[in-house]
Design a protein around this ligand. Structure first.
Ligand SMILES: Cc1cc2nc3c(=O)[nH]c(=O)nc-3n(C[C@H](O)[C@H](O)[C@H](O)COP(=O)(O)OP(=O)(O)OC[C@H]3O[C@@H](n4cnc5c(N)ncnc54)[C@H](O)[C@@H]3O)c2cc1C
Length: 417
C-alpha cells in the first residue's frame, strides 16, 4: 500500500492523503470502529460524557493533534483535523462534537493565531502563554471546552458577549453565564469568550477576550438539567461564573485578537461540520449494510432487491458525494481573508453538510423501515444526532442563509438609502 493510501474508505472519501493524514485517519478509524461505536449507545441512553473515549484519544495522542510540533504536538493543519473529526463522527457523534471544542481551543491558539496580525509584544505574550496551555494538553492530557453561547445575539456574532472580565492585579475577574457548554463537568479548562469590562458601560465586540478558566476555579458552577433529543453525550449544561479570578497567564489570546480572528478566519466556525459529515456517512453505511442483510447480530435478511431501495441508496449517495465534494474544497481553501467566492462556498459547504446530514438520516430511516428505528440499532440515534448540527451557532441553517444572501447582494460597506 503506498504511504498516503488507506485500506478503508474514510468519511471524507478516498483521496491523495499525505502520509501523516493517512496515519491519523487510520488511528481515528481504528479507535472509532473498535472502541467508540460499541460504546455510543451507552452515552446516548445515559446522557453521560464519553470519558472512556477521551482516555483512548489521550493515549493515542489525538488530544494534541493540532498542537504545533514545536510544542510537542501532532502539528496537524486545519484540513487534516476536519478529515479526522469526520472519521470520529462516523462512530460517535457526541465524541466528535466535544472533541471539536477541545481541538478548536488548540487550533485557535495555534495555527489560526499564527495567521492573525499581532504587534511584536502581543506575539511574544501569546507565545509564552500558549506554551503553558499546549504543555497541559501534551504533557498532562488536559481537555479544554469552548463555551461561547449565552442565549443572546452574542454567539451569532452580532453583539458583545454578556460574560465580562474585569482587569485586576495579576489577572482577571469573570462574571456571567454560558449555556450549552459541551463537556460541562468533564473539561479541565473552559475557554470562555467574554467582553472586557472597562467600567464605561459600553461593551464593545472588539474588546472580546478569550480566557481559560480551570474546572476547579472558585465561583465556577455547572447547573441545569441535560436531557436533550440528540448529541446527548456532549453533556452541554449551563456554566455560571461568579467573581471567578484567573491569573493573567490564563489568557488564550491577547486582547483584540479573537475579534480580528473571527473577522479574518471565517473557516474557524466551519469546524462543527466534520462531526455531521461523519454522522451522515454512518447513516449511509448502516443503510447499505442493512439492505444487504449484513448488520451484525441481526437476521441476514436481504432487502436490496427492491428497486425503490436501490433508488433511495442512490439518492443518499448523490447527497453524500455533494457534501463530501464541497467539504473537501472548503477545508483546503480555508485561510485568513478568503476571497468573496471562497467565503460564499464555505457557507454553502457548511449548510450543505448540516442540512444534508439530517436529510440522509431521514432517508435512511424511510428506506430501512420500522425495525431500523429500534433502540438496539444505531440509526435512530444517528437521526436524532443529525438534527442538532443546523441549530449550532454562529452558523445555524438560518443564519447561513442570511449571511449568504446579504454578502452576495451587498459589497462591504454598501447600504440602501
Ligand atoms: C448538542 C449541542 C452542543 C452544543 N455545544 C456548545 C458548546 O460547546 N459551546 C457553545 O458555545 N455552544 C454550544 N451549543 C449551542 C449552540 O451553538 C447554540 O448556541 C444553541 O443551540 C442556541 O440555542 P438557542 O435556541 O438559545 O438560540 P437562539 O439564540 O435563541 O436562536 C434560535 C435560532 O434563531 C436564529 N437566530 C439567532 N440569532 C439570530 C440573529 N441575530 N438573527 C437572525 N436569526 C437569529 C438562529 O437560526 C437560531 O437557531 C451546542 C448546541 C447543541 C445543540
Amino acid at each position: 500500500m503506498p504511504s498516503g493510501q488507506l485500506d478503508f474508505i474514510p468519511a471524507v472519501g478516498t483521496a491523495d492523503f499525505s502520509p501523516e493524514q493517512a496515519q491519523w485517519l487510520t488511528l481515528a478509524n481504528r479507535l472509532g470502529r473498535e472502541r467508540f461505536a460499541p460504546r455510543a449507545a451507552t452515552w446516548d441512553r445515559e446522557a453521560s460524557f464519553p470519558f472512556a473515549n477521551y482516555d483512548d484519544l489521550r493515549e493515542a495522542g489525538l488530544l494534541a493533534l493540532c498542537v504545533p510540533r514545536a510544542f510537542g504536538g501532532g502539528g496537524a493543519d486545519f484540513a487534516t483535523y476536519c478529515m479526522v473529526g469526520a472519521e470520529i463522527g462516523r462512530f460517535c457523534g457526541a465524541t466528535a462534537l466535544t472533541y471539536n471544542m477541545h481541538i478548536c481551543s488548540t487550533m485557535w491558539t495555534g495555527v489560526l493565531s499564527d495567521g492573525i496580525d499581532m504587534t511584536p509584544a502581543q506575539r511574544d505574550d501569546h507565545q509564552a502563554r500558549r506554551a503553558l496551555h499546549f504543555a497541559r494538553v501534551v504533557r498532562d492530557g488536559a481537555v479544554y471546552a469552548q463555551p461561547f453561547s449565552e442565549g443572546s445575539a452574542a454567539a451569532a456574532g452580532k453583539a458583545p458577549f454578556g460574560t465580562t472580565a474585569r482587569k485586576v492585579d495579576g489577572g482577571w475577574v469573570l462574571n456571567g453565564r454560558k449555556i450549552f457548554a459541551s463537556l460541562s463537568g468533564a473539561a479541565d479548562y473552559y475557554g470562555i469568550l467574554c467582553t472586557e469590562d472597562r467600567g464605561d458601560q459600553h461593551p464593545d465586540m472588539r474588546d472580546t477576550l478569550y480566557i481559560a478558566v480551570p474546572g476547579t476555579a472558585d465561583g465556577l458552577t455547572v447547573t441545569g438539567d441535560w436531557d436533550p433529543m440528540g448529541m446527548r453525550g456532549t453533556v452541554s449544561r449551563t456554566l455560571l461564573l461568579k467573581d471567578v479570578f484567573v491569573p493573567d497567564h490564563e489568557q488564550l489570546m491577547p486582547r483584540g485578537v479573537y475579534y480580528r480572528a473571527a473577522q479574518t478566519w471565517p473557516a474557524m466556525f466551519f469546524t462543527l461540520s466534520p462531526t455531521y459529515l461523519g454522522v451522515a456517512q454512518a447513516a449511509y453505511d448502516f443503510t447499505v449494510q442493512y439492505l444487504r442483510g449484513e448488520v451484525p447480530g441481526q437476521p441476514p435478511v436481504k432487502r436490496r432487491m427492491y428497486p425503490t431501495k436501490q433508488i433511495a441508496v442512490a439518492q443518499m449517495r448523490i447527497q453524500l458525494e455533494t457534501m463530501r465534494s464541497l467539504f473537501w474544497r472548503a477545508i483546503h481553501e480555508a485561510k485568513p481573508n478568503p476571497s468573496k467566492d471562497e467565503r460564499l462556498r464555505l457557507y454553502a459547504a457548511h449548510s450543505t453538510v448540516m442540512e444534508g446530514a439530517n436529510d440522509i438520516a431521514r432517508l435512511a430511516i424511510r428506506t430501512c423501515g420500522g425495525q431500523s428505528m429500534l433502540k438496539d440499532l444505531p440509526l435512530e440515534r444517528l437521526y436524532r444526532d443529525s438534527r442538532c448540527g443546523a441549530l449550532m451557532l454562529p452558523w445555524t441553517a438560518e443564519l447561513i442563509l442570511d449571511r449568504m444572501g446579504r454578502e452576495t447582494l451587498y459589497e462591504s460597506g454598501e447600504r440602501d438609502e
